[in-house]
Design a protein around this ligand. Sequence first.
Ligand SMILES: Cc1cc2nc3c(=O)[nH]c(=O)nc-3n(C[C@H](O)[C@H](O)[C@H](O)COP(=O)(O)OP(=O)(O)OC[C@H]3O[C@@H](n4cnc5c(N)ncnc54)[C@H](O)[C@@H]3O)c2cc1C
Ligand code: SF4
Length: 328
Amino acid sequence: MKSFDYARVETAEAAVAQGSGAATKFIAGGTNLLDLMKLEIETPARLVDISRLKLADIGATEAGGLSIGALALNSDLAEHPRIRSHYPVLSRALLAGASAQLRNKATTGGNLLQRTRCNYFYDTASPCNKREPGAGCSALGGFTRNHAVLGTSDRCIAAHPSDMAVALRALDATIITLGAGGGRRIAIGDFYRLPGDTPHIETVLEPGELITHIELPPPPKGKQLYRKVRDRASYAFALVSVAGIVSVEGGRIASAALAFGGLGPLPWRDSRAEAALTGKTPSADAFEAAADALLADAKGHGGNDFKIPLARRTLIACLRELTSGVAR
Ligand SMILES: Cc1cc2nc3c(=O)[nH]c(=O)nc-3n(C[C@H](O)[C@H](O)[C@H](O)COP(=O)(O)OP(=O)(O)OC[C@H]3O[C@@H](n4cnc5c(N)ncnc54)[C@H](O)[C@@H]3O)c2cc1C
Ligand code: SF4
């Protein structure tokens, strides 16, 4: 590991003051960043330890939603009574991730910003545009079982790894930050960037901008679920995952929010798939139409071609469950 300066801060303002400069990184739980530093994939000159910030609170907002501090642990968030009762999609997504030990250390802010699990990104002997802009992409023509089929570019086909972020995308969460220029509220749909020509730039955060909170809107109507398909029951990232929230009124689908993990370079959501369901009677035809819309632009890279039919089957199974036994 390369040497670095270290500072522990007690307030968000101090973190932002210390965090300016491109070679500075915040460290929260350290469950991703430390691995990357040991491999010298991340080589910050300065590490700002934010783990003591008083930002672990989870509480109601005036609007009837929930505010989650960026330092709230994944385990505490998953077990929080209001999350379990009103936002079960989020609780289930968190519990589907990592292991109990890791969730006891991992934070909400760190989870949003964890880096991809593309095997070539971690193998410093392989060219990787995300690690070293302009170096090339070893996954193209290589091993692609875990890679994305939507939203990729000819520079990078890595998939986003977070389960939690998929549920937050379906819930329309807002990310609240503090930077040198003041505070910002960023809709999660605007937070992540597609790889395009710059796969090393993954979010709209400025260097030194701190995530302080995540805000959820009031609980959505309808049934919620999170389903994750993976190679092993634990310690495995999603091949395909679905966060679904569907309400049925008068026998028709009144609203549908569907987000996907394992398919894209960011927690994926497609308004065309949701529009294909809204106003329709739950039926095999409507579910197939939603899958058609979702996967119209999907492109496999050999080793991950299987994800396209797997995503279709998983989405349809989820929609069946989300609309079964609902008063019509
Ligand atoms: C073996 C293993 C299996 C795993 N399996 C899964 C899985 O199945 N699903 C899943 O979703 N995840 C999985 N994870 C990833 C895990 O969820 C993340 O490592 C964790 O959530 C990161 O949180 P952290 O607090 O430790 O972040 P850190 O490692 O401390 O930081 C990660 C990044 O976020 C930045 N950061 C942290 N907090 C802030 C903040 N408040 N503001 C701005 N920047 C910040 C850091 O600078 C760093 O770049 C796994 C990890 C491991 C090691
Ligand atoms: S897919 Fe992205 S992260 Fe993986 S090797 Fe290619 S550029 Fe790097």
